[in-house]
Design a protein around this ligand. Structure first.
Ligand SMILES: Cc1cc2nc3c(=O)[nH]c(=O)nc-3n(C[C@H](O)[C@H](O)[C@H](O)COP(=O)(O)O)c2cc1C
Length: 228
């Protein structure tokens, strides 16, 4: 058989059929992704809500109920699902008598490996931080991940000084993480030995968040106390 004959009997590529099959597979895959997303979204949201609720009761001692707000330079707004975002989400925690026990806030900063996200508590009466709960991190097991459970490190946040300055525009003293064993002041965080980078990320995120948010909390304290 010469080469001209060979070319003639080669089967033609069914390009239209191939394209149709590929397009069908792509559409089906897309549909499946959307369906899985739609199905899992409420489950993920519910798990997130439960995790936040647990974290709030951990960082605000004595809290039995909470109300979600959005707080920013534009004011304080009740957080309504699906509405715009005029501020940062905060959680006001109340005791059984409806008395404001504290505010929980989210904060984040880059640690040794990746972004660390925490929820922390702020008490408006002592103007101090009352606890932290790590929500997300990828710090090294046995080193940086101690920020989540090391009892000595967590003691830093039982009454960490976060008083406002005289004109209530920021903190009187910046919250700062110091080298292990050198904490002298109530606004200093004693870092974990061998994990100074992760410890510093915690101090940095609380200071940045506090400088921005504590003046706004104090400004809107009456409304937060009334739960309106
Ligand atoms: C493999 C490896 C992983 C590390 N992971 C962390 C970590 O997750 N967080 C952290 O702060 N330091 C981590 N370090 C240590 C830092 O490089 C740094 O030495 C330490 O934070 C300094 O703490 P120190 O001043 O108490 O010695 C890690 C080091 C190595 C070699």
């Amino acid at each position: 058989m010469n080469s001209a004959e060979q070319t003639q009997i080669q089967p033609t590529t069914p390009s239209f059929a191939m394209l149709r099959t590929l397009a069908g597979i792509a559409m089906l895959s897309g549909l499946l992704v959307v369906m899985v997303f739609q199905f899992t979204r409420p489950i993920i949201e519910e798990n997130k809500r439960i995790a936040i609720e647990k974290a709030v009761s951990r960082v605000i001692p004595g809290v039995v109920s909470k109300k979600d707000y959005l707080l920013g330079p534009d004011g304080l707004f009740p957080a309504v699902a699906g509405e715009g975002n005029p501020g940062e989400k905060i959680y006001a925690g109340y005791d059984a008598d409806g008395k404001l026990k504290g505010i929980a806030l989210e904060a984040a900063a880059t640690g040794y490996q990746d972004v660390i996200r925490i929820l922390y508590g702020y008490n408006q009466d002592c103007q101090c931080v009352t606890g932290i709960k790590v929500l997300k991190m990828a710090e090294t097991p046995g080193l940086g991940d101690k920020i989540a459970f090391d009892p000595e490190f967590l003691r830093n946040f039982e009454a960490l000084d976060a008083r406002l300055n005289a004109d209530k525009t920021g903190l009187e003293n910046a919250i700062v993480t110091v080298k292990h064993g050198s904490k002298r002041e109530q606004w200093e965080i004693d870092s974990i030995s061998g994990a100074t980078i992760s410890s510093k990320a915690i101090g940095r995120m609380i200071n940045d968040s506090g400088q921005r948010m504590f003046p706004l909390i104090i400004k809107h304290l009456d409304r937060l106390r009334s739960g309106q």
